[in-house]
Design a protein around this ligand. Structure first.
Ligand code: FAD
Ligand code: NA7
Length: 543
């Protein structure tokens, strides 16, 4: 289904786009179709779609509501979207992104099964040279990376893995033909992904064993079919809805609460949480109920207590309920589910607390835990997450000015200015790079792609001109991100949002938590003021 352009050998381009997910697809469209530039996109995957190409595991579902988990740059595209449910399943998102690629005739400019392995900037020519694992070389003035922030898989090494006779799979590299029906399945991990895969697999597996290290708070997704009236309203309210999204914080399509948790009585608080529980959605529960759940420890505890009460009411076996009940802060990316806690009432589901009883090794037939039990498995699913944000960048030799390696530039943690550019790497623009906005992502992706496209357009008249971040600006942006994050509870939770999920990875700020509205304002000022945060541009030649 995916055509390959002819690219053997080397090509000289205006821009190379790396990655063909939400970000890369729109970037290619902007630069090739709207700005008429000579552009190619490459992706190491066998198809377009990024996240939604790789994550084909059972139960994969967006946790942003569908009406805002799509592009908004073309209202006709929006009106043609066939999604009919509140949250959207992976096959539908993948089909949508393939449809977008065909609609704008992008496929002929996308080279699949092609991984960027190195990139080097030549100061004398102002051009990048990019090499791939297929032996192709691209030279380009603009290198635009949309490598994905949840894309580099984290696969822990377990002793004995090579002995195991069953199949080991990571959810983020799911084999398209894997069917778990009737199998003995083990799942390591119970984050957003583990939660989905456990809930969807238990009803079809012969037996499911959940190897859980840290219990998580989860609320119902409340996924459902939308009525024709609701779908019509989404289309009719296009302008109002997207304006609201861009003027909000987390860009999830609802108005974030400005009501403090303790401004209402205990009864009213319970009723508000209950309404959110009944309506469904993790982000709604955290941000639409009260304004201080993510910032005030006492408020946070009220939300956490409510969810703990639900776990106690749902899970029948007291020991299983104890294991499933979190006691830490409710300050990771908020989860929602389609019956996660209920799944543990099933006869064919076992929970193993691997914090108390760690995985010792894999044997030929399964997983042996420290207590000596061998949990017999046909398939071991690693829902163990991602080396988030900078993971894919560190796997490539990207050299900027003076031959500096990006992974060395980021030795103390990934940094950037505006989440899109980093000092010493001129004309390299990252979509969803480190310290970009923490939101429902398509609106932030659109914001960044449009800013990058405008910046490219501003730079074009200055022959071989380039923009490079002022190192001081980068330090200041990092400090801004850290200050905003420190005013929240998120850094106190051990999650991928701060790089705390990978052994040995430095815990550091990786997102701008100031919200999409403030972010868009900053971007607007940066370009309209002639890029004051950057060096090396010829200001008079920029628009
Ligand atoms: P990706 O879709 O990750 O695409 C990056 C692409 O770059 C990949 O195809 C990869 O193959 C390619 N690539 C990487 N390195 C190289 C290389 N060296 N050479 C060539 N190609 C390379 N976000 C939300 O806002 N809401 C949600 O509900 C939501 N649900 C999610 C559920 C799951 C299971 C996961 C994993 C993520 C979810 N996300 C969600 C985040 C999601 O990643 C983004 O919403 C969005 O899809 C990111 O698009 P992207 O184009 O930036 O990156
Ligand atoms: P997460 O949220 O990082 O979750 C990974 C899970 O895997 C989590 O439960 C981890 O436990 C567990 N894990 C990781 N390594 C191990 C080892 N070695 N042993 C046992 N358990 C382990 O990744 P997801 O894919 O679920 O979600 C990432 C984002 O993608 C999500 O926020 C959505 O935006 C989509 P831990 O909690 O670290 O104890």
């Amino acid at each position: 289904m995916d055509a390959h352009p002819n690219t053997a050998g080397s090509q000289d381009l205006d821009a190379l786009v790396v990655g063909a997910g939400f970000g890369g697809i729109y970037m290619l469209h902007k630069l090739r179709n709207e700005q008429n530039l000579n552009v190619v996109a490459i992706d190491k995957a066998g198809g377009v779609g990024g996240t939604w190409y790789w994550n084909r595991y059972p139960g994969a579902l967006s946790d942003s509501e569908g009406f805002v988990y799509q592009y908004s740059f073309d209202q006709e595209l929006y009106n043609d979207n066939p999604w009919t449910t509140k949250f959207v399943r992976q096959p539908e998102i993948l089909a949508y992104l393939n449809g977008v690629v065909d609609r704008y005739d992008l496929r002929r400019s996308i080279q699949l099964e092609t991984a960027m392995t190195s990139a080097e900037f030549d100061e004398s020519t102002g051009r990048w040279t990019v090499r791939t694992d297929t032996g192709d070389t691209y030279t380009c003035r603009f290198l635009i990376t949309g490598l994905g922030l949840l894309s580099a898989t984290n696969l822990p090494e377990f002793p004995g893995a090579d002995r195991f006779q069953g199949q080991i799979v990571h959810t983020g590299a799911w084999p398209a033909d894997l069917d778990l029906t009737g199998k003995k399945v083990g799942v390591i991990g119970n984050g957003s992904t583990g939660n989905q895969v456990i809930t969807a697999t238990a009803p079809v597996a012969a037996h499911l064993t959940s190897f859980q290290r840290t219990p998580q708070y989860s609320v119902p997704a409340g996924n459902r079919t939308l009525s024709p009236e609701e779908i019509r309203a989404q289309r009719e309210n296009f302008d109002v809805n997207w304006k609201q999204v861009r003027e909000s914080s987390v860009a999830m399509g609802f108005v974030e609460s400005d009501r403090p948790t303790f401004s209402v009585s205990a009864e009213e608080r319970e009723a508000i949480f209950q309404r959110a529980w009944d309506e469904g959605g993790g982000f709604r529960f955290m941000f639409e109920t009260f304004c201080d759940i993510a910032t005030d420890a006492d408020a946070n505890e009220e939300a956490a207590k409510f969810i703990r009460g639900k776990i106690a009411a749902i899970v029948k076996d007291p020991e299983t309920a104890r294991n499933l009940t979190p006691t830490d802060l409710y300050a990771r990316r908020p989860l929602c589910d389609s019956g996660f806690y209920e799944t543990f009432n099933r006869e064919n589901v076992t929970l193993v607390n691997v914090k108390e009883n760690p995985i010792a090794e894999l044997t030929e037939t399964g997983v042996r835990t420290a207590d000596g039990t061998v949990h017999e498995l046909d398939v071991l699913v690693c829902a163990t997450g991602f080396d988030a944000v900078d993971g894919n960048y560190k796997r490539i030799d990207i050299r900027g000015r003076d031959g500096e390696l990006l992974r060395e530039h980021w030795a103390d943690g990934p940094t950037s200015y505006l989440g899109m550019a980093t000092a010493g790497f001129p004309n390299m623009f990252m979509i969803l790079g480190p310290n970009g906005p923490f939101t429902n992502l398509p609106p932030s992706i659109e914001t960044q792609v449009e800013w990058i496209a405008d910046t490219v357009s501003d730079l074009l008249p200055a022959e071989n001109g380039w923009l490079d971040v002022d190192p001081e600006t980068e330090v200041a942006w990092t400090e801004t991100c850290a200050e905003i994050a420190d005013a929240t509870l998120f850094p106190k939770a051990a999650s991928w949002i701060f790089g705390a999920n990978i052994p040995g990875k430095k815990r550091t700020v990786m997102f701008y938590l100031g919200g999409i509205a403030a972010y868009r304002e900053i971007l607007g000022k940066e370009s309209s003021n002639g890029y004051p945060g950057f060096l090396n541009q010829s200001a008079s030649e920029l628009a």
